[in-house]
Design a protein around this ligand. Sequence first.
Ligand code: NDP
Length: 337
Amino acid sequence: NRQLVLAARPKGEPTKDTLRLVTGDIPSAGKGEMLLRTEYLSLDPYMRGRMSDAPSYAAPVEIGDVMIGGTVAQVVTSNLDGFAPGDWVLSFNGWQDYALSNGEGVANLGRAPAHPSWALGILGMPGFTAWAGLKQIGAPKAGETIAVAAATGPVGATVGQIGKILGCRVVGIAGGPKKCAYAVNELGFDACVDHKAPDFADQLAKASPDGIDVYFENVGGKVLDAVLPLLNVNARVPVCGLVSQYNATKLPDGPDRMNWLLGQILRKKILMQGFIIFDNFGHLYPQFAKEMGGWVENGKIKYREEIIDGLENAPEAFIGLLRGENFGKRVIRVGQK
Ligand code: NDP
């Protein structure tokens, strides 16, 4: 059983010394347990937070413990009702080949799900984050303008496509021309601006001629700087993530603009609300599953995955995710092809 354990808390960007590969015996399932074999491991930006012991909404992974993570697995042996060998499940095995489970928090996906790994993306946590954050906090109305960064990732791509279904103008922000072309041509966004372009802020203003009513915040940093002056009166800002800051070791230099920001919020009556998906909106999951399942089935929402083979490649793939090297939802195929 190969496991990636947390070897050291990273300062700044994680390195090859952050996680260590160890090998041990495959455990066997006792009474009230089942043995799961990991097929797919989800890589998600929040994992950077778990590597750190700074105070957060969830406890950190301890040094020497297996790195946590959402997985799609198959049941190998089971002493539990409702789970039989061969069943596919959505579980939380973490970064390892095999894990024992008592069934808590594990969802049975059946014998032959059409796209098992999608439970880690569009049909799972990231899709739910986009759906709930946009609808519940963003509350967009037809004709309004939505802006969203990390526009081709699982959250951003879904936010934008739901925005189109709801009749909004959608402006994506992504890293590079390839991702931007995909957002417009494949996902149906009205415009997409490359945040690496030197005149990014001007381009964003031009792409948002009527200002921005909903800014779905995924990244923070200079994207936020460019968006703030464009926010309309009564704008809503679901604060979902700040991926540009996850590796930061200190606040950015420059003038303290905290009071300028509060002035904007006050004068424009802006609503900004942070949310942690299952804490805030867990009760809406069945509603999400039904609506998103329908949209995906009838092709209204598209989903792009980037599958990387081999558990041993997960650390490097994770470092790349925070740099924006992924194009679509990054998933590690742990099991055999
Ligand atoms: P993505 O797969 O979209 O990966 C992150 C993306 O962020 C990169 O691909 C890159 O896209 C972009 N990015 C990285 N650095 C920067 C930067 N400096 N400036 C601008 N963009 C950058 O991630 P997810 O869709 O899984 O997650 C999106 C956000 O949602 C994250 O912030 C995540 O933490 C948050 N989240 C929050 C949840 C909650 O409960 N609040 C739950 C789930 C996710 P590009 O190359 O296009 O810039």
